[in-house]
Design a binder for this molecule. Structure first.
Ligand code: RB5
Length: 146
């Protein structure tokens, strides 16, 4: 399987610093990063930013996404409304790997008010380092899509 190379990032105002730290980290790993903002801490609406990142993936402009808000929950809910998107919120590395391996998640959501930067970067590494296992899991993912 070809390794995903193009990563899109977005967040709301609650996660600007962590998103930028993750963007730098992911770029350092050799991925092509599209950090689509926002860039200021002015209050904004997480559904807009979840949708924007999700559409990049649905359109084939990115392979995987990393999105953030205060809890990771609201932006995840918005992203999952876009057809073809499977996004999970993770606060631990085990779940971050498993949503790739078993659920073929194409977006990882993180809560910037939930985890610190060190753990967030480890969660990102676990997500990007895992691959979908296919087989019986593909049957279940097909059921989600149906
Ligand atoms: C913004 O205050 C906050 O509601 C948002 O970042 C997020 O946590 C929503 O799910």
């Amino acid at each position: 399987m070809t390794q995903p190379k193009r990563i899109v990032l977005s967040s709301d105002h609650a996660a600007i610093d962590l998103r930028q730290a993750i963007a730098k980290h992911v770029e350092g790993l050799g991925y092509e990063v599209a950090d689509i903002g926002p860039t200021t801490t002015e209050s904004t609406h997480y559904p807009l930013h979840g949708k924007a990142a999700a559409q990049r993936i649905a359109n084939g402009e990115a392979d995987l996404g990393i999105i953030l808000c205060g809890t990771g929950q609201g932006i995840m809910m918005a992203a999952n409304k876009v057809p073809g998107i499977r996004c999970g919120v993770c606060s631990d590395t085990f779940s971050a790997a498993m949503i790739r391996q078993h659920n073929d998640a194409n977006i990882l959501s993180i809560g910037a008010r939930v985890v610190g930067e060190g753990l967030a970067l480890a969660i990102v590494d676990a997500f990007l380092g895992a691959e979908f296992e296919g087989g019986r899991h593909a049957t279940r993912v097909d059921m989600i899509e149906a």
